[in-house]
Design a protein around this ligand. Structure first.
Ligand code: 9PG
Length: 549
């Protein structure tokens, strides 16, 4: 499609008007008839972990595997969609390197490619869309600007990190317990790590602003009290973190509820129900089925606000709120309202109750978070490996943890940086229990510099002197960065191109495909999921025995 102009595209919409860089078109169903078949499509994933990437049109779209993970890594309403598609926006690439873009300016919206048309629809009601042709980076910049105008609630616009007048203050440098310790964390382990950060036997202290306790401190999902591995309680834990000169951060999944919790036992009506009165599944993790809080139920909202106030009162200045997609799942709500709007309703209650506490959203629908949080995790989980056969070839699930999945999805969401802090997840310096090559580690570290969001989970005592020094330098320096192309960056005096690291893996052969089918059926069995979690816990404990902190 060389040199396409907007006159060559037939627009079906209720109204259209000019705007800087493109057109605003309106309607509950709009479409752009393209002059020829495009080469690639820009998938836009629903939540933090969901694949966001350019993909060849010729590549078949396979429904996400395993089935039991679907609601956890993609929008369940579109997970079996066989046409190229994505949440809120989509784009196609023409032959001349330019793109044709259609992006919603409102929620509950979806774009897909249907034959030769780029089609957008709102699930309920009608709304506006931004349509543009041209350079992808410029278009996304303008899209961000248009979203910023509509998604910055005035009551929060004075928060320093929610954009107001073009000022985004620097995000924190974070140490996060998850990737090294998973749920095996305990008070003693964390205190040891904290003291090792400033150890006098080392030349370099580790200047983290935030020490963030991740999953594993809580009594249960929905039961947000410390468990018996934290016998001194959270106030004392926070005091220890503060006395090291750092801010305290805490992970919670406030919209998830598991069966042992009192909310589930006593207030079933606070949970999200389906059309037939059944509870809506929010996935399966921690060996248990998960359900979602109905963020339109006044008592559920009171409970949420009280939970956030408690976290603040414990002394935490940083909250990583995870698995937030649960609040936007399709279902029947106490107050009938569209699902992303309902989620946003819950998130604004959370935001208010958190006051000045930094809010990082994770596992979150992206657009519905804008203007209500300080930072968003914009990709899947990082890991001490770059790719995995299980995720890439057997399950073909690109929301799977791993360096390549992180780089791919994060790079395609850099445009959000104008609106919110963007978290690419942790990077690594350690060589213990880690199969990333030095080049792969550096790809991730540079990505963190590009995002201006720096975190790691490395255990200080496992670092060699040289690794510790590199981590120190990483935390202390802010290189000069200039984007010179879609995947190319000038970082101080060297040029870095991510192009060859972010392609989609090749399709599996017949044997891998069948093997993948078997693995994904097995992975759907609760017993197998429990065994898998038991095994990974067991393996980690063994590692920690051999490599004491
Ligand atoms: C804690 C972790 C960390 C991590 C989050 C989130 O099974 N899953 O699909 C799945 C996806 C992501 C995930 C865990 C499980 O990680 O991104 O940083 O906080 O939760 O449980």
């Amino acid at each position: 499609m060389p040199g396409i102009s907007s006159e060559q595209i037939i627009i079906h919409a209720e109204r259209t008007s000019e705007t800087e860089g493109g057109r605003i078109i309106s309607g509950s169903l709009v479409s752009l008839l393209l002059p020829s078949v495009p080469l690639r499509y820009l998938y836009s994933g629903w939540q933090s972990w969901s694949l966001t990437s350019w993909v060849d049109i010729s590549r078949p779209v396979r429904p996400l595997r395993p089935i039991s993970q679907r609601s956890r890594v993609a929008d369940p309403d579109y997970v079996t969609e066989s046409r190229p598609n994505g949440s809120w926006y989509g784009a196609v690439e023409t032959g001349d390197g330019r793109v044709i873009f259609l992006g919603a300016l409102g929620l509950e919206s979806h774009v897909h490619l249907e034959d030769m048309s780029l089609v957008g629809h709102y699930e309920t009601g009608s709304g506006d869309w931004f349509f543009a042709i041209g350079d992808e980076i410029e278009i996304m910049e303008r899209y961000a600007e248009l979203l910023g105008e509509r998604f910055t609630p005035s009551e929060f616009s004075d928060r320093s990190s929610i954009k107001s007048g073009g000022n985004i203050t620097s995000p924190y440098r974070v140490w996060c317990s998850w990737y090294s310790l998973l749920t095996t964390i305990s008070e003693n382990m964390l205190l040891k790590i904290l003291s090792d950060m400033d150890s006098s036997t080392s030349d370099h202290s580790l200047p983290f602003d935030v020490f963030q306790i991740d999953d594993g401190w809580q009594a249960g999902i929905g039961n947000w009290e410390p468990n018996n591995k934290f016998p001194s309680g959270m106030v004392n834990m926070v005091a220890s973190i503060h006395s090291s000169g750092r801010k305290a951060g805490l992970w919670l999944a406030p919209l998830l509820i598991s069966p042992p919790s009192s909310v589930y036992q006593e207030h079933r009506d606070w949970l999200l129900h389906g059309e037939n009165g059944e509870l809506v599944s929010a996935g399966f993790n921690w060996g248990e089925p998960l359900f979602a809080l109905d963020t339109t139920h006044p008592s559920a909202l009171d409970w949420l606000a009280a939970l956030m106030t408690k976290v603040r009162t414990w002394g935490f200045e940083y909250a990583k709120l995870d698995f937030l997609y649960a609040g936007a799942l399709p279902g029947k709500r106490h107050v009938d309202m569209p699902r992303e709007t309902a989620f946003r309703n819950g998130l604004s209650i959370i935001r208010k109750a958190l006051g000045n506490t930094y809010l990082l959203t994770c596992g979150t629908p992206i657009l519905p978070s804008l203007g209500l949080c300080d930072g968003i995790r914009i990709g899947p989980d990082s890991a001490g490996y770059f790719t995995s056969r299980l995720g890439d070839t057997l399950l073909m699930n690109f929301a799977f943890p791993g360096g390549r999945n992180v780089v791919r999805t994060t790079l395609n969401r850099l445009w959000l940086k104008e609106l919110v802090h963007i978290d690419p997840d942790v990077v690594y310096f350690t060589s213990r229990q880690n199969s990333l090559s030095l080049e792969q580690k550096s790809l991730l570290q540079n990505l963190a510099q590009i995002c201006n969001f720096k975190g790691t989970s490395d255990i200080p005592s496992w670092l060699t002197a040289a690794e510790r020094q590199s981590l120190h330098v990483f935390l202390e320096t802010t290189p000069e960065i200039r984007r010179v192309g879609r995947t190319t960056f000038q970082i101080d005096d060297h040029l870095l191109d991510y192009e060859s690291h972010i392609g989609m893996p090749s399709l599996p052969n017949a044997i891998s495909y069948i093997l993948g089918e078997i693995v994904s059926r097995l992975a759907d069995l609760p017993l197998v999921m429990r065994l898998f979690e038991f095994y990974s816990d067991f393996a980690l404990k063994k590692i920690l025995k051999q490599n004491p902190l």
